[in-house]
Design a protein around this ligand. Structure first.
Ligand code: ZN
Length: 347
């Protein structure tokens, strides 16, 4: 098997699964709702904004829409026409639809080069970080608006729309054994954890304005919002010219990225928090790991991670069925058909 999540049925021969009283320590609690247990949630209503794409510099309109339980996140290009003549092309927001990770995470449809959307990580981080499980993210161009370079404005949109509980339990993915990917000094790991999801990330940069930073936290209601959402993307001043020369980062400015030159932060207002850089790395990981298709139950440990490594990590996790299993509230299991979003052909 390729190990991708498919439709599957949980057997209830294990008495600890069939009898919630035997698993009381694992019963869903309000603390865990939206982060591995409880019922799925979607947006209460649609909400829109307009911004520019970081790399193309084009104006793009974004709309976040409610989606049915079990559908996960879908990115929709509203400016493209489907092969059947209908308006809009849908791209499942899943790890197996990631087609480029060099500057940001790009989703696409195999065989349809125009059907791509870049910089999906910040909006997906906001959705996942706010405990949303199902949503359609509409955009009328090839990349998401960068807004202020963080997830802050997306969280604001989600708060304005509100969220509602749906009629299916959360279908979390439990990490059963360590999975590790590395590239040079960089690595990323998923490890088993009894419940919830925590993250431990360190970074090391030659630029002394960044230097070495590390942060460990458990993702839960309010944590993404209070600790990660406002951390902006960052780049080196030397890279900006390089990117511009390559026709990239055309929408980039000090209004949507932290720019570092050695010991200096070039943004006049400075940083939003001293460890804004590592916090943004956690934010990116929340967005990239949302492409698992369901919340993860486990521990993410990484040093100098990036979008490529995060995507390789999910591919490695799902490459072997022994690495993971579905995790749902005990009282929900008996007789339920657990359905993760259907996997499509690998890119
Ligand atoms: Zn980012």
């Amino acid at each position: 098997m390729d190990g991708l999540p498919q439709t599957f049925r949980l057997e209830t021969t294990d008495p600890t699964l069939a009898d919630p009283s035997l698993t009381s320590p694992m019963l869903p609690s309000p603390v865990m709702a939206g982060f591995g247990f409880g019922m799925q949630r979607t947006l209460r209503s649609a909400i829109s904004c307009v911004g520019v794409g970081l790399h193309g510099g084009r104006r793009v309109a974004l709309t976040l829409r409610p989606a049915p339980a079990g559908s996960g996140f879908v990115v929709r290009r509203t400016d493209l026409i489907h092969a059947d003549g209908s308006a809009g092309v849908d791209i499942p927001a899943r790890f197996d639809h990631v087609i480029d990770t060099r500057l940001c995470t790009v989703l696409g449809l195999p065989g349809h080069p125009e059907a791509r959307v870049g910089t999906v990580e910040h909006v997906l981080a906001a959705l996942a970080g706010c405990g949303v499980h199902n949503a359609v993210v509409e955009v009328d161009g090839p990349e998401m608006p960068i807004l202020d370079g963080s997830s802050s404005d997306f969280v604001f949109l989600i708060d304005c729309a509100g969220t509602v509980e749906q009629d299916l339990p959360v279908e979390a993915i439990e990490v059963l054994r360590p999975v590790r990917v590395s590239h040079g000094e960089s690595y990323a790991e998923l490890r088993p954890r009894a419940n919830g999801f925590d993250m431990s990330v360190s970074i090391a940069f030659d630029a002394t304005a960044i230097g070495w930073q590390a942060l460990t936290l458990q993702l839960g209601p309010g944590v993404f919002r209070s600790r990660l959402a406002r951390a902006r993307t960052f780049t080196m001043a030397s890279e900006v010219e390089h990117l511009r020369a390559a026709g990239l980062a055309l929408g980039g400015s000090l209004d949507n990225a932290v720019v570092v030159d050695g010991a200096a932060v070039l943004n006049p207002a400075g940083l939003r928090m001293p460890d804004e850089f590592v916090r943004h790395k956690l934010l990116d990981a929340v967005g990239d790991l949302a492409l698992a298709g369901a919340p993860l139950r486990g521990r993410y440990v990484a040093h100098r991670p990036g979008h490529a490594l995060n995507n390789q990590l999910l591919r490695a996790l799902f490459a072997d069925d022994a690495n993971w299993r579905p995790a749902v509230p005990a009282e929900s299991i008996a007789g339920w058909q657990i359905r993760l979003p259907a996997a499509a052909a690998p890119a």
